[in-house]
Design a protein around this ligand. Structure first.
Ligand SMILES: Cc1cc2nc3c(=O)[nH]c(=O)nc-3n(C[C@H](O)[C@H](O)[C@H](O)COP(=O)(O)OP(=O)(O)OC[C@H]3O[C@@H](n4cnc5c(N)ncnc54)[C@H](O)[C@@H]3O)c2cc1C
Length: 491
């Protein structure tokens, strides 16, 4: 007899949970452009190029991808400071929002493919280690209560996520039985298996895991090349070319101009340097630390799952090749700057106004992470992986990695409201990587005026707001920290 399935908790509802808009994006007439220029070869840009290259509608269209890193140099491409390049990224359907949960499940089908070396999940690109999602205690919700997305706590997020993954697994008893409630600290400690614990309630989803981000982005690059339709250009876009309200291409810092009928801006956290994104998205810096382990420590931690606490944002990915990664999904640091790139003229914000803009070790090799971040990463180690000698071991490497954050944590995938010939594909909000195998298809749908119904509204250009602070119940740290101030502090 099939094992009894755990029943989804009868819960409150978040505004992110409620039924999606019934209005459709009623496909406008779409006529494919003769040329498309994609700026940025992270997973937003590359997956778009891959999808367009495979669509019949674009067979007569030239597709070019430009990135500030050189695709002919394997050591410099993909860009080492791009968000899409790292040792690991969590792959999960565990979302408080039903639409992203379903999209995550769609992507997982591809991540799990490992039979052939060219399958996405093969050659160590995907590891189904399990994901332990936890939170610290939060306000008690009553069944039927409606909680605004912006008021959600980490605990709200974890509870809704639990309900969503159980619902997604409702017709698959094997999958459903791999999702188990961990009702207290002791149960969390037992499954974590490191001697540590985190949070007061959570669940384990053995069907989630993590991907080798650098290797997977390289895999995607190979697929795009294989399609034989895409030209890669190495160069930094200094500004977009436009004739009045129509974008006609991009100018590079070396003076070259790349003309195109449609420009797709997918420059990640750097996008705001080329177009005014005030109120839509902002760059926030997130801290990462890497620790070298001994062989014995690696072995001891071989079976640990990914652990993510959505109250404080701290997470640890199981070690590989004797390297342990600890990080924080936080409000992040703002870095007000006047970028060297120029923004398109905009009525809502003058071009000489500073914006938060990425600062990475590529432009400043001496860059370290603020002490405030170091302290939090050490707190994660102490709680989650308290092996002797580990908490105080110096990091072998630290990194500031940049999100393109939106107020709701939804992506920004839409035509620009004022400029013709300009499409924006960014606003990853620190959770885009897992969608890599399916994202480009959705972006291509949006380009063809056919946004998936469940994302209509979520991915659109929003009425202007002044400040972007991502409130989706998943962030740790404090909002509004300035990078320069934090780097200046010694304790
Ligand atoms: C610390 C951290 C942890 C994360 N963890 C997870 C996770 O666990 N799971 C998950 O799903 N997601 C995670 N994410 C989010 C995920 O990595 C991003 O959503 C995704 O990689 C964003 O891709 P992108 O293409 O938008 O940006 P990027 O990968 O940053 O790509 C932008 C590209 O644009 C190029 N570019 C920029 N400016 C210019 C210019 N002027 N001219 C030419 N080229 C330019 C850059 O060189 C770069 O290649 C994490 C992100 C970070 C930073």
């Amino acid at each position: 007899m099939a094992p009894a399935l755990p029943s989804p908790p009868p819960l409150f509802t978040s505004t992110s949970q409620q039924d999606q808009p019934s209005s459709s994006s009623s496909p406008e007439q779409f006529s494919p452009p003769s040329s498309i220029l994609i700026v940025g070869s992270g997973i937003f840009g590359l997956s778009t190029a891959w999808a367009l290259a495979r669509r019949d509608a674009f067979t007569q269209c030239t597709i070019t991808v430009v990135d500030r890193c050189d695709p002919s140099n394997p050591d410099a491409f993909p860009a080492p400071d791009a968000a899409s390049v790292d040792t690991s990224r969590i792959v999960r359907a565990d979302y408080a929002d039903k639409a992203y949960a379903a999209l995550g499940a769609e992507a997982q089908v591809q991540w799990r493919k490992q039979a052939q070396p060219t399958d996405l999940g093969a050659e160590g690109r995907y590891h189904e280690s399990g994901l332990l999602l936890v939170a610290d205690s939060g306000p008690v919700r009553v069944p039927g209560e409606i909680v605004a997305k912006s008021d959600m706590t980490g605990m709200d997020y974890v509870r809704l996520s639990w309900a969503n993954v159980l619902s997604l697994a409702s017709d698959n008893p094997e999958l459903a039985s791999s999702i188990r409630e961990l009702p207290d600290v002791a149960a969390i400690r037992e499954r974590l298996g490191t001697g540590g614990s985190s949070g007061s309630w959570g669940y384990i989803n053995e069907g989630s895991g993590w991907a080798d981000a650098a290797a997977s982005t390289k895999w995607l690059f190979d697929r795009v090349n294989e399609a034989g339709r895409v030209t890669f250009v190495s160069g930094t876009v200094s500004s977009l070319e436009h004739r009045g309200p129509t974008v006609t291409g991009a100018k590079l810092t070396d003076g070259r101009v790349l003309s195109a009928e449609l420009v797709v801006l997918a420059a990640g956290a750097w996008t705001g340097g080329l177009v005014d994104l005030s109120g839509q998205a902002t760059a926030t810096g997130q801290v990462l630390g890497y620790l070298d382990l001994t062989e014995a420590e690696q072995e001891q931690l071989n079976d640990m799952p990914v652990v993510l606490n959505l109250t404080n944002g701290l997470f640890i990915i199981p070690p590989r090749n004797r390297v342990l990664k600890v990080a924080r999904h936080a409000y992040g640091y703002l870095n007000p700057t006047l970028p060297e790139t120029a923004r398109l003229p905009s009525t809502s914000s003058p071009a000489d106004q500073p914006i938060s803009y990425p600062l990475t070790q590529l432009s400043d090799p001496s860059l370290s992470i603020p002490q405030e971040g170091v302290d939090d990463l050490r707190r994660a180690l102490k709680q989650m992986v308290p092996l002797p000698g580990l908490v105080d071991r110096p990091f072998s490497k630290t990194r500031l990695c940049w999100y393109s954050d939106t107020p709701t944590g939804d992506f920004l995938i839409t035509y620009h409201p004022q400029y013709k010939g300009l499409f924006v594909a960014t606003g990853d909000s620190g959770h885009g990587f897992k969608f890599m195998p399916v994202l480009g298809e959705k972006i291509a749908d949006c380009i063809m005026h056919n946004c998936p119904l469940e994302f209509v509204g979520k991915w659109s250009w929003k009425p202007d707001a002044n400040v972007v602070i991502t409130e989706d119940g998943s962030r740790g740290g404090k909002p509004g920290l300035l990078l320069a101030n934090e780097l200046g502090r010694t304790n």
